[in-house]
Design a protein around this ligand. Structure first.
Ligand code: GAR
Length: 185
């Protein structure tokens, strides 16, 4: 059975949706106080966190991540709101085995504020994209993407919520398509 690890920096709602449907070997957060770590505890999923500032540089930080992934023999790294750019140390070992979810229809609105940027641009529709991770910012090969409309009655909050609901539907579908087995019911 293929093993997955999820990386998340903050809230972790995507992690929660995945952990309710798939066995997650562990979750990693780059912030000790991230809410995702509380979700992991409640769900009984192993978690780790360490912060970039505790290492000499990003290469040393990512070396620790590679060790963790290797120790757990992870087949697929699932980024779900992991807000750091993945650098060479991690990519050298895990490129081709790492995917990301982005809350916009790439190549539209890459970066850390995909939802807000689409909203500010006044689009009629945005979307959700799941892609392989490469050395660029949200530039890797697209696996799957879907459009999400922006309604005339939307506030930023309702628009954001519709995008998140699409994320929660799409990420499990993509994991399954990549051969990740669901939890037995
Ligand atoms: C998600 O919308 C995810 O697509 C986005 O962060 C949010 C995390 O929410 N990621 C990016 O913007 C990456 N560029 P969550 O922590 O509740 O899953």
């Amino acid at each position: 059975m293929k093993k997955i690890a999820v990386f998340a920096s903050g809230n972790g709602s995507n992690f929660q949706v995945l952990a309710e449907q798939f066995p997650v070997e562990f979750v990693f957060s780059d912030h000790h106080d991230a809410y995702v770590l509380k979700r992991a505890e409640k769900l009984g999923v192993k978690s780790y966190s360490f912060e970039l500032k505790d290492f000499a540089d990003k290469a040393a930080y990512e070396t620790a991540l590679v060790q963790l992934l290797d120790q757990h023999q992870i087949d697929l790294v699932v980024l779900a709101g992991y807000m750091k750019i993945v650098a060479r140390t991690l990519l050298d070992k895990y490129e081709g085995r790492m995917i990301n979810i982005h809350p916009a229809y790439l190549p539209e609105f890459p970066g850390a504020h995909g939802i807000e940027d689409a909203w500010a641009a006044g689009v009629k529709e945005s979307g959700v994209t799941i892609h392989w991770v490469d050395s660029g910012i949200d530039s890797g090969q697209i696996i799957r993407q879907k459009r999400v409309p922006r309604l005339a009655t939307d506030s930023l909050a309702t628009f954001e919520e519709r995008i998140h609901q699409m994320e929660y539907a799409l990420y499990p579908e993509v994991l399954e398509s990549l051969g990740i087995e669901r939890l037995a019911k």
